[in-house]
Write a protein that binds this ligand. Sequence first.
Ligand code: HEC
Ligand code: HEC
Ligand code: HEC
Ligand code: HEC
Ligand code: HEC
Length: 485
Amino acid sequence: MKRIILFVLFFLCSTAALSAAGGQDVFPVDRDFYPYYPSLFKWEKSAATFTEPETCAGCHEKQYSEWNGSVHSLALRDPIYQGELNKGVKAVGHEIGRQCEGCHSAAAMMSGELKKPGLAGLSPLAMAGVSCDICHSVSGTTHTRTPARVPENGSLILSPGYDGTDGAHLVKRGPLKPSADCGGGFHECKESPLHGQADLCAGCHQVYHYEKHFPIEATYNEWKAGPYAQQGIHCQDCHMVDTDVFLKSADSFKKPERSEYRHYFSGVNYLLAYLSAQAATRAGDKEQAARAMKQYDMAVKRLQSAASLEIIPIYYDGQLQELKVKVSNLRAGHNLPTSLSNIRQMWLEITARDQNGTVVMSSGTVGKDGSLPPEVRIFNSDGMGSDFHFSAHPWVITAFSRHETIPPRGFKEVYYGIVALKGVKSLTVDARLRYRTADQKVAEELLAAVPIDIDLARDYGLTSVPQLPVVDMASTQLKITVRKP
Ligand code: HEC
Ligand code: HEC
Ligand code: HEC
Ligand code: HEC
Ligand code: HEC
């Protein structure tokens, strides 16, 4: 029996070594079907090309002012993205750049305008990142034909228009039955059920390793496996509405009214909102700074409504032995945290004080240098490369050595042992669920790597990276006796 196992192991190892040596893909890839591989976007080309958002704004002022300042509008300019892209291109070459650029600025990736990291000399369309005409040109998906056979790395088909006998025609797709004057003579309209569904977002909200197709970010998969998908609550119903409507969708599983949809795409990235407000203020654009700060407030509110905490004392033989802390995912339609779970940090901070107010136990307090203590109870993932070493980089990560996130409407319990404490009669326990968009060291590393044409001091007023702001998502307090009452 042992021998058979050994033989099988040997066989598996040798085929793995062979395929690695031969540079074969883990999954077969049809490179004619996916001409921008490792990005899986497809472009149905015609004389009708992509339009920049400022043109759409002429007739859709409301949607434009909501989108402008959203994380989507910043997807290319985001300095943290640019720092990481720069590192990735240096490590792997520009082929990997296409994968990133597909999702962060699809039109400019496909046209070949993006030749290297950085922003110098780019067109307004390229700078606009995930702009109007990316989403409203989506005519279909290739989700079931990708190497991993699920949505990944931009598996969307973009068709900005078609060639008619009288020249180019633009076609914009949206959720509504077109009215007679739809498009105001500028574009034709096509009703698209896809625009009301998570499958539209899925193309970009599933980031897979460019070669091994390991799911590094899998927000759609998480949603799909959970109760919100079962009840027909899609990404749009929580992320394309105001905060109060999001709370309603999340709590009651009721779809928003048609008139309640907005283009804020509010998520959690308060750090990016803050940086873009700084940049707008420095550029003297007060209105833009106000829009960015609105995004900041929405992100913080969303985080503060996502989870709840409960402390439960556990006694053995009448003596307090453990504290159980229950962390529930109340309102995220996917795991908590989701997507960049290898970069984002959500952790528990616990402080217990005795009857005199003296701290007798603590865990998860941020250090002076912004680091978290080694014993911290943290919810996120640790990425590792094929050499089994830790990495935070998407071009390296082919597995998670730890993946601790909380599924939608689910919970996780964390236990803290209590050592016998002399003279302690009662404890006041404070628990906080804390969040930051990145580890201090990771943020410093990425911001230090921005391409030379981005000047953090000039553009954002950053001369060094200050301690990253932390948001308290939930907190609770419990007074307990050490002997069971
Ligand atoms: C399949 C689409 C997709 C691909 C491919 C992709 N990204 Fe992203 N990226 C996203 C999405 C979606 C987010 C936002 C996730 C979130 O905020 O939780 C994101 C966020 C990021 C962030 C965090 C930004 C911040 O402000 O916190 C960085 C950094 C980043 N991407 C870098 C890259 C790099 C480098 C590559 C190429 C190796 C890449 N991305 C490829 C979709 C993609
Ligand atoms: C990330 C994808 C995405 C981006 C970017 C985007 N939209 Fe939309 N848009 C949608 C979706 C999805 C809907 C449907 C929401 C719903 O059910 O009403 C929509 C709906 C619309 C509608 C129909 C009416 C309404 O507001 O519901 C218009 C008009 C529109 N968008 C214009 C724009 C313009 C103009 C921009 C750029 C300033 C833009 N969109 C950017 C995805 C996007
Ligand atoms: C000349 C004015 C004009 C311009 C420019 C314009 N649109 Fe429209 N669009 C309209 C009108 C009018 C409608 C009808 C619905 C309405 O009143 O909002 C419409 C409807 C839409 C819809 C809803 C379609 C549906 O059936 O759900 C979308 C999506 C849309 N436009 C996207 C865009 C995008 C993206 C751009 C820029 C590439 C753009 N529009 C530029 C006038 C315009
Ligand atoms: C029931 C409401 C709900 C639905 C449905 C939902 N979300 Fe979320 N989403 C949230 C909440 C709450 C948060 C903040 C907590 C978190 O990060 O998970 C969030 C956070 C996010 C973030 C930011 C994550 C980060 O840490 O940077 C992204 C990206 C996102 N959602 C995308 C999606 C996509 C894509 C879908 C559809 C497949 C979706 N969401 C469906 C409620 C929802
Ligand atoms: C063309 C690719 C693309 C599509 C389609 C797309 N997104 Fe995104 N989305 C991104 C990228 C890239 C980012 C992150 C940009 C960054 O952080 O630099 C992002 C960020 C977000 C965020 C903010 C996350 C945060 O941390 O704050 C939310 C929320 C979000 N998307 C929701 C949606 C929803 C809902 C849809 C579908 C209606 C959608 N997206 C469709 C590419 C896309």
